[in-house]
Design a protein around this ligand. Structure first.
Ligand code: BTN
Length: 234
C-alpha cells in the first residue's frame, strides 16, 4: 500500500489531481495540515494539525460515478466509527454527522483529459483531534470531543481505507447494494415526515424516495423533488 505523508500542502485533492500520473491505483496522500483545504460547492475546509486530511486516488478500469466513492467512504467511516462507539450517520446528501453536528466531509473529484475521466480523487476530511473554531462550534464537532480523549489518526486512516477497499471490491458491479447500505445510515429516511420549503411556501410531507440528488416528497397528493438541504425546514 502506497501512503505519502506531507507536512503541509495546499490541498491533498489538488496535489493528487496534479500528480496522479506518479501514483498508482489506491495511493493515499495524507497531510498534517492543509493551507487551502477545499470543501464541496467551492467552500473552504479548515484543516489545522490534529485532523485527518487525506485523498485516495482511483484509476478504475471501469469508470464509476464519483457518487459511488462518496457512498463507499461514508459507509466505511461510519462502520469504523461504530467500532469506537461513535454513532455517526450520513446526513443527506453526503455529510457525516454526529448528533446534529458535522464530523466529516467527502469531496470526490474526477481528473479528465479531453472530457474523458482518467482518474478519481476522493478527499476525506475528519475532525479528529483538532479544535473546532468558535464560529462553527454549533455546526461542527471533533471526535476527541465525543470520546473525550485524543485518538490515533493512523489507526483511523488504516481502518477506513481497508474497509473502503473491501467494500469496493465486493460490490464492484453491484451499486444497488452499496446504495442499500448507504440508505441504512442515512438521515432522513424514506417514509420519514418532514417540512419543506417549496415555491416560497412551507409544506408538510412524507419522503417517498431518496436518491443521491433528489428527495421526492409527497405533500398530500403532489410529489415535489427537493434538491437542496436548504429546502428542508425540519
Ligand atoms: C465537504 O465540503 O464536506 C467536503 C470536505 C472535504 C475535505 C477534504 S480534507 C482532504 C481533502 N483535501 C481537500 O482540499 N479537501 C478534502
Amino acid at each position: 500500500e502506497e501512503i505519502e505523508v506531507l507536512y503541509e500542502v495546499d490541498s491533498t485533492n489538488e496535489f493528487l489531481k496534479k500528480n496522479y500520473k506518479s501514483f498508482h491505483d489506491g495511493a493515499v496522500v495524507v497531510a498534517i495540515k492543509q493551507t487551502a483545504g477545499k470543501g464541496r460547492m467551492g467552500r473552504s475546509w479548515i484543516s489545522p494539525e490534529g485532523g485527518l486530511w487525506y485523498s485516495v486516488l482511483f484509476k478504475p478500469k471501469i469508470h464509476l460515478t464519483p457518487h459511488i466513492y462518496t457512498k463507499i467512504f461514508s459507509i466505511a467511516i461510519i462502520e469504523v466509527l461504530k467500532k469506537i462507539k461513535v454513532k455517526a450517520y450520513i446526513k443527506w446528501p453526503n455529510d457525516i454527522y454526529y448528533n446534529g453536528k458535522k464530523l466529516c466531509g467527502i469531496l470526490p473529484e474526477a481528473v479528465s483529459i479531453n472530457d474523458r475521466p482518467v482518474a478519481i480523487v476522493v478527499g476525506i476530511g475528519i475532525n479528529v483531534n483538532n479544535d473546532i473554531p468558535d464560529e462553527i462550534k454549533d455546526i461542527a464537532i471533533s471526535l476527541k470531543d465525543i470520546v473525550k480523549k485524543k485518538l490515533k489518526i493512523t489507526y483511523l486512516l488504516d481502518e477506513i481505507n481497508k474497509h473502503a477497499w473491501n467494500l469496493l471490491v465486493s460490490y464492484r458491479n453491484e451499486t444497488e447494494n452499496i446504495t442499500k447500505l448507504w440508505k441504512k445510515y442515512l438521515v432522513p429516511k424514506e417514509g420519514d415526515k418532514l417540512k419543506i420549503k417549496h415555491e416560497g411556501e412551507i409544506f408538510e410531507g412524507t419522503i417517498l424516495k431518496i436518491t443521491d440528488e433528489v428527495l421526492y416528497v409527497d405533500i398530500g397528493g403532489k410529489v415535489v423533488g427537493v434538491q437542496s438541504i436548504h429546502q428542508i425546514v425540519e
